[in-house]
Design a binder for this molecule. Structure first.
Ligand code: ADP
Ligand code: MG
Length: 559
């Protein structure tokens, strides 16, 4: 019998699993059940495209069998099974499954949290078992095989007898006298609880024999035990359930079961639409920025289901780029199962759904901004930059959708404010929305250019990100108020139009200015007297529409 080693990455993950702490271990069952469900989905999908296969819903189920004497827990499914090759590639390496992506080594080292919050796939079995055995017969194979592993030691694959197509997973539950919590994975009641908690919406029945008791006969006080098979899960997918029946925790569990992220959802959005296009959707705004979010690797998209069957993992057409951070799924009865990627792009239904979803996300964000400022700022901290890119990209085509969602740091409030808040507070004589650009809030505060505007009692928005000013330029104005940089030549203040004194000052200092100009040749275009200054002797100002900061960015861009 050949013994094989796990790939290095898998090995490290396995070590992590073995040392995971108590409360996180129970997710192993969720992982095994969701794999079983996936395997049956694959069978269903095949039956739709293969005439020789028929799909009888009753023959698809998951069975859970605990055995205290043997300390084994079996998870049996009637799914598509695995060939010898598939056992090798799918269970021999985690990189294959795509379910697990580490940012870096440090995350792996203190990765305990990952296990609890996030799916880790098949390997989770090693959190509770010393030995994991997988017996499988694939639809596409005459033979059945047995895969077995004690974890870090490696694994073996041998031939095995099995009649029916499907997979049987046997866990030899750890026996640890110091930590008796392992025993609970052999207890019916606890297993029931875990199944209900994580796998209630699985669309196939999860069956388990449950011991019950009843009176011996009608008159008797004596009870006798009997065993009855029960379907533990309600089988209704969460997105088809009534919103009122669901709690935040249900959505959170769904987010984790679906592996939408390492974090928790900041906000969940449940949509049931029964109009001309019918669809259900569960969408999430994640709490944290995914590590690859602002990189080329990041792929946006929602899961797409056709009447409960997954047809695409990441349907990009459902989300505009500026809401690419949204995770979740859409299920529609009106989509054809055999629809191809190319067809989808032209599908009218899909376009309607996408438009509708975009609108709902925007409304949700506006509500959050209005009703839960703290949460909105958390969101903005993670994804605000993407909104600003959204305003700037496509030549400002999305500015109407996004302008109310923007926040900028305010000189007056010393915190983030919306443009609406800014405009509402503007004194009557203020004509523009003022902003100042710089590397940081501290540096902007020291800018001499801000003095005069601030002195007038006007609020200044601080732009600390390069994209800020670009986005504003696209926006041009907000509620008919134009944006103006504090470093622009004309600030539009009354004081500045007092040209007579300006001229006098200019005349008086003619020689000095000429001398300065000569010495600063190539660095400045002109040296002039200014009323903009109070405590500072001198400041730089830009002539045209573009601020100094923006000029810096433009100059640093490759041509
Ligand atoms: P993921 O489910 O994210 O792909 P897993 O580690 O849970 O990752 O599983 C790895 C792969 O092993 C699956 O993609 C699937 O191909 C295969 N697999 C696991 N369990 C089963 C099962 N019960 N039946 C058929 N295939 C399975
Ligand atoms: Mg899985």
């Amino acid at each position: 019998m050949e013994k094989k080693q796990f790939k290095a990455e898998s090995k490290r993950l396995l070590e992590l699993m073995v040392n995971s702490i108590y409360s996180q271990r129970e997710v192993f069952l969720r992982e095994l059940i969701s794999n079983a469900s996936d395997a049956m989905d694959k069978m269903y999908y095949r039956s739709l495209t293969d005439e020789n296969l028929s799909f009888n819903k009753d023959s698809y189920y998951i069975q859970i069998i605990p055995n205290k004497e043997e300390r084994t827990l079996k998870v049996i499914d009637t799914g598509i099974g695995m060939t010898k090759d598939e056992l090798e590639t799918n269970l021999g390496t985690i990189a294959k499954s795509g379910s697990f992506a580490f940012k870096n080594d440090t995350e792996l080292k203190d990765g305990h949290d990952i296990i609890g919050q996030f799916g880790v796939g098949f390997y989770a079995a090693f959190m509770v078992a010393d030995v994991v055995t997988v017996i499988s017969k694939a639809l596409d194979s005459e033979e059945a095989y047995k895969w077995e592993s004690t974890g870090t030691e490696g694994y073996s694959i041998t031939s095995y007898e099995k009649e029916e197509i499907g997979t049987e997973i046997i866990l030899k539950i750890k026996d640890n006298t110091e930590d008796e919590s392992y025993d609970s994975y052999l207890e019916e009641a606890h297993l029931k609880e875990i199944i209900k908690k994580y796998s209630d919406f699985i669309r196939y029945p999860i069956k388990m024999d449950v011991t019950k008791s009843k009176p011996k006969d009608e008159e008797s006080d004596e009870y006798v035990d009997y065993v009855e098979e029960e379907t533990i899960n309600s089988m209704v997918p969460i997105w088809k359930k009534n919103k009122n029946e669901l709690t935040d925790e249900d959505y959170e569990n769904f987010y984790q079961e679906k592996r939408y992220g390492f974090d928790k959802p900041l906000k969940s959005l449940h949509i049931n639409v029964d109009g001309t296009v019918r669809y259900n959707a569960i969408l999430f705004i994640p709490e944290n920025t995914p590590f690859d979010y602002y990189s080329k690797e990041f792929e946006k998209g929602l899961e797409l289901y056709s009447n409960g069957v997954l047809i695409m993992n990441k349907c990009a057409d459902l989300l505009p780029d500026y809401f690419s951070f949204v995770k979740g799924m859409v299920d529609s009865e009106d989509l054809s199962l055999n629809i191809s990627r190319e067809m989808l792009q032209h599908d009218r239904q899909l376009k309607v759904i996408a438009k509708n979803i975009t609108k709902k996300i925007k409304t949700q964000l506006l509500h959050l901004l209005r009703d839960d400022r703290e949460k909105y700022e958390k969101f903005y901290d993670s994804f605000g930059r993407q909104l600003k890119f959204g305003v700037y990209n496509e030549f400002g085509a999305n500015k109407e959708t996004l302008k109310d969602l923007l926040l900028f740091y305010s000189s007056k409030e010393k915190k983030l404010v919306s443009l609406d808040e800014y405009v509402k507070r503007m004194p009557e004589d203020q004509a523009y929305i003022y902003y100042a650009s710089g590397e940081s809030i501290e540096r902007i505060e020291k800018l001499p250019q801000t003095e005069m505007v601030a002195d007038k009692g006007y609020e200044i928005l601080y732009f600390t990100e390069e994209i800020d000013e670009f986005a504003i330029k696209m926006l041009m104005n907000y509620q008919d108020k134009e944006f103006k940089s504090v470093s622009s030549g004309d600030l539009g203040l009354d004081e500045e139009t007092d040209n007579e004194t300006d001229k006098d000052k200019q005349e008086e200092n003619k020689e000095l200015f000429a001398f300065m100009k000569e010495n600063l040749a190539g660095k400045v275009k002109d040296v002039r007297a200014s009323k903009r200054l109070k405590s500072h002797p001198v400041c730089l100002s830009a002539d045209g529409d573009i601020s100094l900061e923006m000029e810096k960015v433009l100059n640093s861009m490759p041509n």
